[in-house]
Design a protein around this ligand. Sequence first.
Ligand SMILES: [Zn+2]
Ligand SMILES: [Zn+2]
Length: 256
Amino acid sequence: MTFALTVLGSGTVAPSAARAAPGHWVEAGGARLLLDCGAGVLQSAARHGVPWETVTHVALSHFHADHWGELPHFLFALRWGIEPARADPLVLLGPEGLAERLEHLERAYGPWVRDPGYPLEVIELPPDGRRALSGDVELAWTRTQHTEESLAYAVSHAGRRLVYTGDTGPTPTLARWAEGCDLLLAECSLPEDRAMAIHLTPSQTGELAREARCKSLVLTHFYPPMETAQPARGAAARYAGPIAAAQDGDRFVIEA
Ligand SMILES: [Zn+2]
Ligand SMILES: [Zn+2]
């Protein structure tokens, strides 16, 4: 059974010629899940041959604009950007406050936001929990140290588990929650000399991976100073497993 991650956006709010804002595409069994939907994610999907129109679920980690700013475009593209227009349902998941934000978007863009011509289910998530997505694919989530509402996600399928940190600062609770995962997709925002409480540096990301005893580590969410900071090397000082510094378009298969 397929279980794979394709990085659509390994960047941040800072415009980059090479990196879209956050977006990560997960194929797991019958689910096609987009984790975050930042600016440039749709173009990146088109550029890298990712069948974005087959999406079944979109899960937002938090409400910073670079993590969900392209959501209206995405919903609109599923209605008007493909032929024939979508009929399959779409499930949109995110922190508490998601429904109210969609009401605001509806006032700005029009009624299609919540009634796009295909069934749209909006699910607000409590701070911790889990639910089935489809078949034997399960989504779990927990709070992170970033904003009031920010969440990390875990996708489980066929005995394997991918954890996406979303945005977070260093916190031991996240390592315990991610314990033993097969692939840890972790934010790695800033170099060591720019460390802050709500993001991770390479060594902090490596420490998270070590404490979580994950089987592999993929770094993402790079602010421009990271382009010359060799993040994989910094993380390797704390974590001995395989590490990749993501580029947009990279695909990682999560093996059994
Ligand atoms: Zn953020
Ligand atoms: Zn961010």
